[in-house]
Design a protein around this ligand. Structure first.
Ligand code: ADP
Length: 392
């Protein structure tokens, strides 16, 4: 049998974590890495060095591949269309990917599809018009609103809570100078953030994992609880249906993460609003590596190869994923001995990245039957890897 080759653009931890699934399935993983020391380059044998914006590097990458996929959305859709015209299977395709690249395109499309979103409006590129539009939006939905750059934001960069147009004067300038378009959203008074992970094959089969709660600190995901506590079966089903509607409606293939806000109205009823989409394995799905029959990384490979999808059932009652964001250690591995001794059940995942403040350097998964205990142990293990003393 011919071994299928899956080519991936981007050599960060998401591509790195595809390696175990690829090895198990007998799939050949080829990853375009930013440098020889990139996270994925340390574990993937076939890792040509090249940049995501380098068309020649990508043309070379797909030679002999069965499919091209991504670990980030920063790719040229024109190039992807060219490759498709030449017969390359690109999963997800550029029309779907555009919705994860541009928040204005995404909001417009989801609104058309009837998917619940925060109230929103695009802002004009001309400064004076944008100022007037933003002030009008603040009068209607304020006092506080959320201004976002349509493209290029991640981990909360490109998101600003403001109560007057003067607070984004620098962004208006940047847009005038050729920078990204801006949009404004009502500030959702959410009780918490949820995420639903879907996997979808080109031939249509779609599955979801249980809805999770994602806890953010300063715009960055810090912990994920799977499944999200205190959701009724109906609420979880509603969230899963929203995610399936998006996956099918946009023609997404591979893994799609749908980030949502949960609100509770005066009658105590919960509602979901879609915040963001990511068309690739996502931080909110790292718990699946140890907490579900099929991890999101293995599933992504199955989905882009149009293989039948694996079971998304959890294998345990609770799994908590705690991110390691920055560390005072030179390498997280220095903390392994202490974590292993104190928390033998902790599943540590180190990304092999250089330490920088706030950077996602690794994560820890802990599973069990007592949520408080699981949460405590996962966050304590992550704290050790960050270099904090637990005071014992
Ligand atoms: P990024 O693309 O940088 O991840 P997001 O659009 O996901 O940006 O926003 C980052 C964070 O900002 C969210 O996780 C949420 O906490 C907050 N946020 C974004 N949009 C809104 C909104 N409309 N209302 C309230 N909070 C928001």
């Amino acid at each position: 049998m011919v071994v299928p080759i899956v080519s991936v653009i981007g050599g960060g931890q998401l591509a790195r974590m595809m390696a175990p699934g690829a090895a198990e399935l007998g799939v050949h993983l080829r990853v375009l890495v930013e440098s020889e020391t990139s996270s994925a380059a340390q574990v993937v044998v076939d890792a040509p060095v090249g940049q995501a914006h380098d068309a020649d590097a990508i043309r070379a990458l797909v030679q002999g591949s069965n499919v091209l996929t991504f670990e980030h959305e920063h790719v040229s859709n024109d190039l992807l269309r060219e490759l498709i015209a030449q017969g390359v299977s690109v999963q997800p395709g550029p029309d779907a990917l555009l919705q994860a690249q541009d928040k204005i395109v995404m909001r417009r499309r989801l609104t058309e599809m009837g998917v619940p979103c925060p109230a929103w409006a695009p802002l004009s590129r001309a400064k004076d018009a944008a100022r007037t539009e933003l002030e009008a939006f603040i009068s209607e939905h304020g006092p506080e609103v959320v201004v976002k750059t349509a493209r290029g934001g991640y981990d909360g960069k490109g998101v600003r809570v403001v109560s007057s147009a003067t607070e984004v004067e620098d962004w208006f300038e940047a847009t005038t100078a050729g920078g990204p378009d801006l949009l404004v959203e009502a500030k959702v008074p959410f009780t918490r953030e949820l995420a639903v992970l879907v996997a979808r094959r080109p031939s249509g089969q779609s599955v979801t994992w249980p809805v999770v709660e994602s806890i953010q600190r300063e715009g960055v995901c810090s912990e994920v609880i799977a499944p999200a506590p205190n959701l009724t079966v109906e609420e979880a089903e509603e969230a899963r249906q929203i995610a399936l509607t998006i996956a099918g409606g946009l023609g997404v293939t591979g893994v799609l993460a749908v980030e949502m806000f949960e609100t509770v109205d005066e009658q105590g009823e919960r509602h979901m609003f879609v915040n963001e989409l990511a068309m690739r394995p996502h931080n909110s799905g790292h718990w699946t590596i140890t907490g579900s029959v099929t991890s999101q990384f293995e599933q992504h490979l199955r989905a882009v190869l149009d293989l039948p999808l694996g079971s998304t059932e959890p294998t345990v009652t609770w799994t908590v994923m705690a991110n390691v964001l920055g560390s005072t250690r030179d390498s997280l591995t220095e903390g392994l001995e202490e974590v292993a001794a104190k928390f033998p059940e902790a599943k540590v995942n180190v990304y092999g990245k250089e330490t920088r403040p706030g950077r996602k350097l690794g994560h820890v998964n802990v599973s069990g039957d007592d949520l408080d205990e699981v949460l405590h142990r996962a966050t304590s293990a992550a704290a050790i890897l960050r270099g904090e003393s637990l005071g014992e």
